[in-house]
Write a protein of this length. Structure first.
Length: 294
């Protein structure tokens, strides 16, 4: 059976894309390996009407609603490869091959954190990357920014609206006089000593056994696509300050005809709300292409 579309990735962007196609009464499959990027966070903030709700609950309800549409098949497992033959794509999965007219890639990204002992264990709990998602809950407390490079200046400039900020340069960032003045004018304290580890809830241990206790730590993760499928298909990539992402147009179509991409894999940075919006655009655009470009 040839499907109208296969959505690879069943997190928030993929669910949103699939919903548009399902409501257009198209036969689709969603392939999901269960590895949502925000699986480390206990609570999700900043998503309209879902603010403060665990992401697992949001996802479970969205999946339940999607699967109420009879044209949707849900396949647990990974998509290993996609090959094109004429106007048809063949997706090789753990459960066999699926053939479809359109592909929506919602495969997400993998976060690569700074190599500081104790940091990864606190990711999503007391170590964050998005102030809009987690800054408010720190209640104007003491916030650390662990630098990874020049992009950390941007993060440190934003965060004083959420608390008292210390920027830990950690031998990864050298400030010029203008940058230092701009940070100081925002009230940012600059710490030059090297970070040895993170302990407790959010305690920065510095070389020389000095410790600074914080309410939360922000850092910038480098990102890589979680799946090689876009590269296999020949999609072009853009490169942002955090890493590569799939290049798309305003309708979330990639540089490969018939292939759409949405969510974190197709953005320099994002969150649940943005991923849902992108997915909605991608799903509707995939449907329109089936009608107008059969």
């Amino acid at each position: 059976m040839e499907l109208d579309a296969v959505v690879v990735g069943g997190s928030f962007a993929g669910l949103s894309a699939a919903l548009q196609l399902a409501r257009a009464r198209r036969q689709i499959a969603v392939i999901d390996n269960g590895q949502r990027r925000n699986r480390f966070a206990r609570v999700s903030y900043g998503f309209l009407a879902q603010d403060g709700r665990p992401p697992d609950e949001i996802h479970a309800e969205a999946k339940r609603q999607l699967l109420s549409y009879p044209a949707v098949r849900w396949l647990d497992g990974a998509a290993h490869s996609i090959h094109r033959s004429g106007e048809t794509f063949e997706v090789v999965t753990d459960k066999g091959a699926q053939r479809s007219k359109r592909i929506v890639l919602a495969t997400g990204v993998v976060d690569q954190l700074p190599d500081v002992p104790g940091l990864s264990e606190r990711w999503g709990k007391s170590v964050f990357h998005c102030p809009y998602c987690h800054g408010y809950e720190l209640r104007n407390g003491h916030i650390g920014v662990l630098a990874v490079g020049p992009v950390s200046i941007h993060q440190a400039m934003l965060l004083p609206d959420w608390g008292a900020v210390t920027l830990f340069l950690n031998d990864t960032l050298t400030l010029d006089s203008d940058q230092e003045q701009a940070l100081v004018s925002r009230g940012v304290r600059i710490e030059h000593a090297r970070v040895v580890r993170v302990s407790g809830r959010a305690v920065i241990q510095l070389v020389g056994q000095r410790e600074i206790e914080l309410d939360g730590i922000f850092t910038v993760s480098r990102t890589q696509p979680a799946s090689p499928l876009a590269e296999q298909l020949g999609c072009e990539f853009d490169h942002g300050p955090l890493g590569p992402f799939v290049k798309t147009n305003a309708q979330q179509e990639t540089t490969v005809s018939g292939v759409f991409a949405c969510g974190d894999v197709a953005r320099a940075a994002g969150n649940i709300a943005v991923a849902v919006g992108d997915g909605s655009i991608a799903g509707a655009a995939a449907h329109r292409s089936l009608v107008l470009e059969p």
